[in-house]
Design a binder for this molecule. Structure first.
Ligand code: SAH
Length: 345
């Protein structure tokens, strides 16, 4: 089987070149073609001899993601992409344009096995992990297709990044590598549903990325009703892992809280959230839930979400309501992919 060359770090590529009897400097050239010039084929690598390109072709593959659909919001210019991977699996990526720069949201797995109640990405279960090259490839394609430079990356698309730990760590190394796109780790956010042992491992990697925890409930009971993973790793443990992340990295934690009307947006929820987060050096992002048709969750009114936010703010919590982007294009996260998956079966 051909090896996936876009998933190799520059050191690994160097070892490969040695193995096939090429000079070490070739690895730098090839890495630049793959990760700076964003080549999708060996034929594009014009400063390599034809015979070397043929040798590479015989041993390796680049596995570029193929664009299947692109939707562009008329409201705010948000782009949603559906890509087909080498083996036919589909993944979604989103480009959001902000004043401070362009942000891409990528998927880390095809499907997901975490089972959060309100999430469309988990409905069909996990199919497989994405490789580092497939995660990078989403950003590269978005950049190439849109012609926009990407400055921020959020791992908040389909999948649980800490359920694909080794590939995720390699991806972060490569994305922030000065020999590649060189995106500052401070501009990378990884969102997790709270896999405690891997949060602790991540803390020890000492990256400068932002870790966002999907909270969604301020008590063990509320949280586990929405997120099955909370039955495995309880709220106390998860909050302790957040403290550890902050201690190890000095990076302020981010919490995500999807507001579901009548479920976690009541006055008691405000009180419990305040109790949980008060005095902590953190940021809370409220996300009015994106309704999915398989579930009957609804979002609170704008007014009630603003009231919820104001109450927390008065208690000194650093809180924002996430601005909704691309509301006129294919709905909640994972829905574009799901529409295609349905057509196939
Ligand atoms: N698995 C990771 C990252 C993917 S989801 C995690 O759980 O954090 C990114 C965020 O979107 C998570 O906070 C997730 O709970 C939230 N989310 C998923 N579906 C949603 C929906 N329908 N409405 C609002 N937020 C949703």
């Amino acid at each position: 089987m051909k090896k996936d060359i876009r998933s190799f770090t520059i050191q690994q590529l160097q070892e490969e070149m040695q193995r096939i009897g090429e000079k070490p400097f070739r690895s730098r050239q090839i890495y630049e073609w793959l990760h700076v010039k964003l080549a999708d084929a060996f034929d594009e690598m014009t400063n390599l001899s034809k015979s070397l390109r043929e040798k590479l072709e015989a041993e390796y593959e680049i596995c570029p993601a193929k664009l299947v659909e692109r939707q562009i919001s008329k409201l705010d210019g948000t782009n949603k992409f559906l890509f087909e991977l080498q083996d036919g699996n589909m993944v979604e990526s989103v480009l959001m344009k902000y004043k401070h720069g362009n942000s891409v949201c990528i998927s880390s797995q095809a499907g997901c096995r975490m089972g959060c109640r309100f999430c469309a990405s988990t409905l069909g279960g996990l199919i497989r992990n994405l490789t580092p090259g497939e995660m990078l490839g989403q950003i590269y394609q978005v950049q190439k297709i849109s012609g926009e430079r990407v400055s921020n990356v959020v791992v908040m698309g389909t999948g649980e990044p800490l359920d694909n730990y080794d590939n995720m760590v390699q991806f972060i190394h490569m994305l922030s590598d000065e020999n590649g796109l060189h995106i500052s780790q401070r501009n990378i956010t990884l969102s997790t549903c709270g896999i405690v042992p891997n949060m602790k491992r991540l803390a020890k990697e000492h990256f400068q990325i932002t870790l966002a925890l999907s909270l969604h409930g301020a008590t063990q009971e509320k949280r586990s009703a929405l997120m099955p993973i909370a039955n495995k790793y309880g709220l106390d443990e998860v909050m302790e892992a957040c403290e550890e992340y902050f201690r190890e990295t000095g990076r302020r934690m981010s919490f995500e809280y999807s507001l579901v009307h009548g479920v976690n947006d009541m006055p008691e929820d405000e009180r419990e959230l305040i109790q949980l987060l008060k005095g902590k050096n953190c940021h809370l992002n409220l996300i009015p839930v994106n309704p999915i048709k398989e579930r009957d969750f609804v979002r609170p009114s704008r007014e009630s979400a603003v009231n919820f936010k104001n109450k927390l703010e008065k208690s000194g919590i650093n809180v924002t309501i996430r601005r909704e982007m691309g509301s006129d294009i294919d709905g909640a996260c994972g829905q574009l992919r799901r529409r295609y998956a349905k057509d196939k079966v």
